[in-house]
Design a binder for this molecule. Structure first.
Ligand code: ASP
Ligand code: MG
Length: 459
């Protein structure tokens, strides 16, 4: 069996958004040669449509059929321009698969209840449809191919239904066993991204944009030589072109840099993609179906220090701060644990914690702040004296290997920001070797990011 030289090509929803992007995707796969595995996301918009179908089913069962029809038509749209017989046979297969999904949705409507495993099972259908669709189109183009569903392959995970972690040893064994014979026989497996299965056979998901994580698991399992994440952008940039002029494309990043950039800001790659890869060091490149000859950004375990040190600036408008006040919270052991416990049992994610002697500052999703205040208010009996939310802020991050070692960088950077009249509110240093985060008022965000970028380019 060949266990070397395998490449994993993952295609995001933007590669499957209309007939044109599907055609480009098929071209990339055809040109990729032998020994490849394809991983797919759902057709663009389908996961959102499934979430909407669930929400509406909880309100009324009369919504189910309409939502099913619109999801089917999203797949018809992607097949536009493809031969009628092919469209029809694919849509027939999707409709057939829908009978199971339909039962789930009526079940939700009937019981007015949604359990986490049922939600995960419903959300997995987007990828089941897209894998079926892409594989059928490939076959029609003369590429031997097979749609493979992650649960059938045995991509085993823990039981965290919304943010599962693969059990790498078992999953690897199963994936090898099921995928290698296909690859050896010259077939291109098209694997569903985004979900896995518990040992007990229930579907789990990897969180939004989780198909990248699937690609990493498959690559690790097969000892792949590299991973290509295909999208419709040229990779990482020095800043978001939507708010900064003269951005530059980045050709190389380290795992840590890319993970930092993804965790808070750029939606280019799922931040957990690198977890399974660390042990093997498989390189990942971000490629664009709009310009397949452009090499994009290559991400490797080894970092290097750029002459400017900072490689990219990122930001996040949807993060807010909840300040937890109380004399001594900073040094009383157990307070952070209590807070963490209370929030995580309500499903609220803490992005980061900054402490001082008299306050603990929690970085949360803005949408979670009010709920977090309710959850934490019983703790006010004890150590905590007040909870103050800050919602009109944004988080800015600068990322680059060597950041913490170079003297003078932050002084220069913040003086450029101060010249724009912007007040920097809170700074986090030291948690990561390659990233530095701070907070500004949301209204100052664009000016701040542009100022830092100008300074970075001038250096
Ligand atoms: N389809 C899922 C989502 O939209 C997973 C993915 O696209 O990677 O979040
Ligand atoms: Mg997606």
């Amino acid at each position: 069996m060949i266990a070397v030289g395998i490449r994993v090509l993952k295609f995001g929803g933007s590669c499957l958004k209309d007939g044109d992007s599907l055609r480009k995707t098929v071209e990339v796969i055809k040109n990729a040669g032998k020994d490849i595995v394809v991983v797919v996301s759902a057709v663009s918009g389908v996961t959102d449509a499934l979430i909407k179908a669930i929400d509406e089913a909880l309100e009324s069962e009369n919504t189910v059929l309409g939502n099913i029809r619109s999801i089917i038509s999203m797949h018809e749209k992607v097949l536009s321009g493809f031969p009628e017989y092919l469209r029809k046979s694919i849509i027939d297969k999707i409709v057939e698969k829908f009978s199971e999904l339909k039962r789930y949705l009526y079940g939700v409507a009937y019981t007015q209840e949604l359990t986490r495993p049922v939600k995960a099972a419903i959300l997995s259908f987007g990828e089941r449809f897209s894998a079926l669709l892409l594989s059928a189109v490939l076959e029609n183009e003369g590429v031997k191919s097979k749609a493979c569903e992650a649960d059938d392959l045995g991509l085993v995970t823990d039981e965290n239904y919304e943010n599962a972690t693969a059990l790498i040893d078992v999953a690897s064994r199963n994936l090898k066993e099921s995928l290698l014979p296909l690859i050896d026989s010259g077939t291109v497996p098209v694997v569903t991204g985004y979900f896995g299965v518990t040992r007990g056979g229930r579907v789990t998901t990897f969180g939004r944009n989780g198909s990248d994580y699937t690609a990493a698991i498959v690559a690790v399992a097969l000892d792949a030589e590299k991973i290509e994440l295909w999208k419709d952008v040229d990779g990482f940039m020095s800043a978001d072109p939507k708010i900064v002029s003269d951005v530059e494309k980045l050709d190389r990043l380290s795992y840590y840099e890319a993970a930092e950039l993804s965790y808070f800001g750029a939606r280019i790659i799922h931040p957990r993609t690198f977890e399974p890869l660390l042990s093997k060091g498989i390189p990942v490149s971000i490629r664009s179906i709009l310009d397949p000859s452009f090499p994009g950004t290559t991400i490797t375990p080894q970092g290097y220090i750029h002459e400017r040190v900072i490689k990219s600036i990122t930001y996040n408008r949807s993060i807010g701060v909840l300040r937890v006040h109380g004399p001594g919270v900073g040094y009383k052991p157990g307070v952070i644990a209590q807070i963490g416990q209370a929030l995580s049992s309500s499903g609220i994610n803490i992005y980061s914690i900054l402490t001082s002697q008299t306050s603990i500052n929690l970085l949360l999703d803005k949408k979670d702040i009010r709920r977090a205040m309710e959850v934490l208010s019983p703790l006010k009996e004890g150590t905590i004296t007040a909870l103050t939310p800050e919602e009109d802020i944004a988080l800015v991050g600068v990322v680059g290997e060597g950041l913490m070692k170079r003297k003078g960088i932050f002084g220069q950077m913040f003086s450029r920001v101060a010249k724009k009249g912007v007040n920097v509110e809170m700074v986090s240093a030291g948690a990561s070797e390659v990233a530095y985060y701070f907070i500004v008022k949301e209204k100052d965000l664009d000016a701040t990011v542009q100022a830092i970028h100008d300074w970075m380019i001038d250096r």
